[in-house]
Design a protein around this ligand. Structure first.
Ligand code: NIG
Ligand code: FE
Length: 413
């Protein structure tokens, strides 16, 4: 198929020299082109330019779209989700409103363990169907690439079940999908008094099986107070690395856990949550290739402190934003809403927020060479907005659906 989009009011996030990520002051800049055209051939962005250079194309396979008054953006990249899960946890929502903390709910056998119980009782097919409903939802909200974690299995069989579902999503949707093994998401209750024994199961049983079936691109650990400590985290990361899985970890959500430094030490692709970030963490990140990733949905939903986004950007760091779509701390994958949270709560400019949910989140899931911006040769994952005045309008109109047309892998959905 070929698509020519004409009269684009503004083509956002265009690159002639593709970048891997954007950091510091550059985060406030979104390269764009007014009055533009964009040509898609097969599944790739083939060319783009100003309307006065628009080609006259003749082809039976060509679809022309008039985008007068509309913006065109690269699809959102959601670099951190737990979108494969069974059931839901709205009951805990009320517990939280009554004043119980995330940790208290987890200690009572709720939280992640509750989802693990539900997942255990759910067949692989059912789990796939339930997850696909959410996948369709995020596609309709503009997401074009998604990272999905295991971590509600917590035993070899159920972790593999989750990862097979992720693989099926990869094979049956037009999304770019990366999968992450998160066996170290919580300690099952039977290991409460012998946590290291569970770490042994993750290392000696789960990781080899996951690797043998080639089910995970990355390895994750919930390195935080009350969950996995730095020593346990390092053991698991070393084992994952041995099997070719680069770390991408949950860190410093509940306390200054040392997780950010552990991530940097093992060359993590990203460290995520990072509410508890201060000068030592920023210094470690400045010396690294690790993408600090903020999850505003979880911080909003759990009423947590906001990660110091401004301080990080002003120190010269890049920042990515992801949804953390999961049943316990962020039951949404709406990346436009994440942009609004980024602006209002983290004081990021709309331009910084857009960089955080496109090129930088693409980097945080290892796909910024193929998506995350409008560049020749990149995968044609993008969307056309309704008629709106400018980029700022996207996070500003935080409750409105502003997407008109979605194109993934060069196909109009
Ligand atoms: O990223 N922080 C750890 N894990 C998830 C929450 C998972 C859950 O509560 O089900 C998160 O917020
Ligand atoms: Fe998470």
């Amino acid at each position: 198929m070929e698509i020519l989009i004409k009269n684009i009011k503004k083509l956002l996030q265009v690159e002639s020299k593709p970048r891997q990520k954007v950091k510091g002051k550059d985060m406030a800049v979104v390269p764009s082109m007014s009055d533009a055209w964009l040509y898609i051939k097969n599944d790739k962005i083939a060319d783009f330019g100003k309307m006065d250079t628009c080609p006259e194309l003749e082809s039976d396979y060509l679809i022309e779209i008039d985008a007068t008054g509309k913006l065109v953006l690269p699809s959102f990249c959601d670099s951190h989700t737990h979108i494969v899960y069974a059931g839901s946890r709205e009951i805990e929502y009320s517990d939280k409103i009554r004043g119980l903390s995330y940790e208290e709910i987890a200690k009572r056998g709720g939280g992640i363990l509750n989802s693990a119980k539900l997942l255990h009782q759910t067949s692989e097919d059912d789990l796939y169907e339930q997850s696909m409903q959410r996948i369709h939802e995020i596609i309709s909200q503009g997401t074009g690439a998604v990272e999905i974690k295991s971590g509600y299995g917590l035993n070899p069989e159920d972790e593999i079940k989750m990862l097979r579902v992720i693989k099926r999503i990869k094979e049956t949707t037009p999304l770019i999908v990366k999968s992450t093994f998160l066996g170290a998401h919580a300690f099952p209750s039977e290991y409460k008094t012998n946590k290291d024994a569970y770490v042994d199961v993750v290392i000696n049983e789960m990781i080899p099986q996951v690797a043998a079936e080639d089910l995970a691109d990355y390895i994750d650990v919930f390195c935080d107070k009350g969950f996995f400590n730095v020593e346990q985290t390092e053991r698991i990361l070393m084992s994952g690395i041995k099997y070719g899985m680069r770390p991408k970890i949950h860190a410093n959500e509940l306390a200054a856990s040392g997780g950010i430094q552990a991530g940097v030490k093992y060359n993590a692709l990203s460290v995520d949550h990072i509410e508890y970030t201060d000068n030592p963490e920023i210094e470690a990140l400045l010396e690294s290739e690790t993408m600090p990733t903020i999850l505003p949905g979880a911080a909003f939903f759990l009423n947590m402190p906001w990660a110091p986004a401004r301080k990080m950007i002003e120190a010269g760091l890049p920042v990515a934003i992801a949804s953390d779509y999961n049943p316990g701390s962020s039951p949404t994958g709406n990346m436009k809403l994440m942009m609004s949270f980024a602006c209002v709560n983290y004081k990021m400019l709309p331009q910084e927020a857009l960089n955080a949910v496109t090129i930088n989140s693409a980097y945080a899931m290892g796909v910024s060479d193929i998506v995350g911006s409008i560049a020749i040769g990149k995968v044609a994952n993008l969307f056309i907005t309704k008629e709106i005045p400018n980029l700022e309008f996207l996070p500003y109109a935080y409750g409105s659906d502003l997407i008109d047309t979605i194109i993934l892998k060069g196909e109009i959905l």
